[in-house]
Design a protein around this ligand. Structure first.
Ligand code: GDP
Ligand code: MG
Length: 330
């Protein structure tokens, strides 16, 4: 199956051709019209997959843990997909390779599909490419998808939080990072893992987390804290139980649907925002734009007036439309 035609690739992927899945993910990774076409074709076929985000600092043991979780899941007979999202520049090829090597435990298992993904070139980057990639695996019939992301920046945390269940991995002695990432990571964590529990400080890390969670008084499932030694497989079965427990909780409380609806809201807003941003760049160049800039520089027009002019010509009025009227004085 050498075709690059999205239609043919999707049919092949649905029929179980993993090479076609790989090529679809490459199209998603590259972005543009072909990626959009992949999304259009795969979306109606999906809706079955459950996604699990694994996030944490670089080196916290996400890949090792994911690898072990895949082992546990495979024992239940379920097929599984793994996406290792690499948010960084082309220069971190080594890190991607590292994940690939580690994941080679499963290289001969046809029930496991593993892929590292960079998202350069995708309009909207990680935040928009990741759900599209999950949809490819969903359409290909993989019922479970692990998504490994580095939980450092705002965008990465958002990506991690876009899974059905989000696992945040910390290490003993991670106190500083807890402080630094507190807001973002506490917000998205459904389950905390203290990995490398073979090292000193695991109890302190647990107390730190518990205290931080006490402050985050929100009406929701309080994230359980699981200790693991991923290199030895310790605690991994408990972690999988916690993931399944969270899944059941979401499904039975109706929160899974609510969550997915909120994610669609976020995604739609993001797509529209990216499109408008792109449109803004297109509108703010060329001859008519240069003339307006001249007028502003010559103080014939103020910047807002010039922007109105540009937007009017683009067929976009003021944001808020009729509601956006000045308050009257009476
Ligand atoms: N001592 C110890 N080392 C671990 C454990 N889990 C992972 N590591 C090691 O930590 C390093 C980083 O692990 P990796 O899974 O690549 O982390 P990632 O960057 O978060 O994906 C590797 O050298 C692992 O062997 C653990 O539970 N205990
Ligand atoms: Mg990794």
């Amino acid at each position: 199956m050498r075709s690059r035609d999205p239609d043919a690739l999707v049919s092949a992927a649905v029929a179980g051709d993993r090479g076609a899945v790989a090529r679809l993910l490459s199209l998603v990774e590259r972005g543009g019209a072909a990626a959009q076409e992949v999304g259009r074709l795969t979306y109606p076929l999906g809706g079955q997959a459950y996604s699990i985000g694994i996030t944490g600092a670089p080196g916290s043991g996400k890949s090792t843990l994911t690898n072990r979780l895949v082992e546990v899941v495979r024992r239940t007979g379920s097929e599984v997909g793994v996406l290792a999202i690499d948010p960084s520049s082309p220069f971190t090829g080594g890190a991607i390779l590292g994940d690939r090597v580690r994941m080679q435990d499963h290289a001969l298992d046809a029930g496991v599909y593993i892929r590292s993904m960079a998202t350069r070139g995708h309009l909207g980057g990680l935040a928009l490419a990741t759900p599209q990639a999950i949809r490819v695996l969903d359409a290909a019939g993989l019922p479970l998808v692990f998504v490994e992301t580095v939980g450092v920046g705002q965008v990465e945390v958002e990506v991690a939080g876009a899974a059905d269940t989000t696992v945040v991995v910390v290490n003993p002695g991670w106190g500083d990072a807890v402080q630094a990432n507190k807001a973002g990571l506490l917000e998205v964590a459904d389950i905390f893992v203290i990995n490398k529990a073979d090292r000193p400080g695991a109890q302190q890390a647990r107390r730190d987390l518990q205290e931080a969670l006490d402050y985050a008084t929100r009406e929701r499932h309080r994230p359980p804290i699981i200790e693991t030694v991923a290199v030895a497989g310790q605690g991994v079965a408990e972690l999988w139980e916690a993931i399944e427990g969270h899944h059941s909780f979401l499904a039975s409380s109706g929160e899974l649907e609510a969550r997915r609806a909120r994610r669609i809201d976020d995604e739609l807003r993001e797509i529209v925002a990216r499109r408008l941003e792109q449109r803004a760049h297109e509108l703010c160049r060329g001859e008519p734009f240069a003339r307006l800039r001249r007028a502003v520089l010559d103080r014939e027009l103020d910047p807002y007036g010039a922007a109105e002019d540009i937007l009017r010509r683009a067929g976009a009025g003021r944001p808020g439309g009729e509601d956006d009227q000045e308050p009257s004085d009476d």
